[in-house]
Design a protein around this ligand. Structure first.
Ligand code: HEM
Length: 398
């Protein structure tokens, strides 16, 4: 290994995979920039960390997203940032809302959302697909799920950005950005606080109404618990799926033979999505903190070490996925690691897969061919999330 890698450097934002390969080969558990966190890059070690929450706590996520200058962040109190036993209690409460029958009930609505978004896309000219396609679909799905009025769906992503990357990437002198994050927390709490109150008075058919009605040993969930849940759904459901939808189109634009094959064999769409998620996972890292002195991959980490579990690297580990840098539609699946592993395994995995499938079906109905536009694309990246920032494409009609 040449020098300590900076995971947020422009080169790694554009393409982190050569650096990941270097880490796996030469320093599978080592400190990286920014901040000297311990990067764990091999599949086997990533699984070990995710399987052992008693050694690798998720509470560091809460601390990272709630610095003292912010004055509170509902996301930091969500189950994503909790360990057992509290994590299990919160997850038990809401997991029914994400069960197989709940997801299949959502299918007609998600299909409508996908078709409406695709019907509005221009054909025959280059445009950035991220906003009108990749973002619009998951923002509308989560907005609907929570009962948020459609005019506000676009704002959900802004809040999600500001309470995650908008907090964790702020430098000490950036007072303007701190204020933006504080404003976002205030707006989110005010908006969802009022929405919760309305649902208490007048319950509807959405998930928030179900949660407001829920009683655990006779007790209702507190407003803070409900706000944490809303913040987590915005971040978990939008920040991730937007990247999956964007990279799906990028892969198809770069490999026209795949589009032709999916058109012939629609039943391969789920396999295609699994490979997209492995090849370009939307979540590249799950942050943890060691609860005691531990050993990972032969390296000793003292108690209190901040660990970055590099899912993005594990998904390209040849030891687990032969010829891992090759996109292979026929690779045996499903690929679950992009959705994490263990007690925090993504609660929305089936919903994400449904969105991905229905979005692609809508594209195949209207688009015969797609190609990269003349403008360059960009990648955005925080320590946790990676995906296209802008993705200019030209869609041609069937
Ligand atoms: C392609 C899309 C998605 C990907 C790649 C993804 C990935 C992940 C990953 C890696 C985790 C584990 C984080 C950790 O261990 O620290 C996670 C957790 C979670 N995800 Fe997703 N996710 C996606 C979509 C969604 C959607 C659509 C929803 C909700 C509607 C959702 C809700 C959640 C929740 C609630 C958790 C926390 C589970 C827990 O802490 O027990 N995700 N997701």
């Amino acid at each position: 290994m040449t020098a300590r890698h900076n995971l947020l450097s422009p080169e790694l934002k554009a393409n982190p995979y050569p650096a990941y390969a270097d880490l796996r080969r030469n320093a599978p558990v080592c400190q990286v920039d920014p901040g000297g966190m311990w990067a764990v890059s091999r599949y086997e070690d990533v699984m070990y960390v995710l399987k052992n929450p008693q050694l690798f706590s998720s509470t560091g996520f809460g601390a990272a997203t709630n610095p003292p200058w912010l004055g509170g962040n509902p996301l930091s109190d969500s189950m994503l940032a909790q360990d057992p036993p509290l994590h299990g209690r919160l997850r038990g409460l809401i997991s029914r809302a994400f069960g197989a029958s709940a997801i299949s009930r959502m299918e007609p609505r998600v299909r409508d959302i996908a078709r409406e978004a695709v019907a509005a896309l221009p054909l025959g000219q280059s445009f950035d697909v991220m906003q009108p396609y990749a973002l619009r679909i998951p923002a509308s799905v989560i907005g609907d799920l929570l009962g948020v009025e459609p005019a506000l769906h676009a704002r959900l992503k802004r809040w999600a950005d500001l309470i995650t990357g908008g907090v964790t990437t702020v430098r000490p002198e950036e007072e303007d950005r701190k204020q933006l994050a504080r404003d976002a927390v205030r707006e989110l709490k005010t908006y969802f606080g009022e929405l919760l109150e309305r649902r208490r008075q007048e319950p509807g058919e959405d998930m928030l109404s179900d949660l407001v009605r829920l009683r655990v040993d006779g007790e209702a969930l507190s407003t803070d618990e409900l706000l944490a849940f809303c913040a987590m759904l915005l971040v978990g459901g939008i920040e991730t799926a937007v990247n999956m939808l964007g990279t799906s189109l990028l892969v198809l634009a770069e490999r026209p033979e795949l589009l032709a094959r999916l058109r012939e064999e629609r039943s391969r769409i789920p396999a295609f999505l699994e490979e997209v998620l492995r090849y370009e996972p939307p979540i590249h890292a799950a942050p943890r903190v060691t609860t005691q002195d531990v050993e990972v991959g032969g390296t000793h980490l003292p108690a209190g070490s901040r660990v970055l579990t590099l899912i993005g690297s594990a998904c390209r580990d040849d030891a687990q996925y032969p010829d891992a840098d090759r996109f292979d539609l026929d690779r045996p699946g499903p690929q679950n690691l992009p959705f994490g592993h263990g007690i925090h395994f993504c609660l929305g995995a089936q919903l994400a897969r449904l969105e991905g499938r229905l979005a692609l079906e809508a594209v195949l109905e209207r688009v015969g061919r797609l190609e990269r536009g003349p403008e360059p694309m960009t990648w955005h990246r925080t320590l946790v999330v990676r995906g296209p920032g802008t993705l200019p494409l030209v869609l041609h009609p069937v």
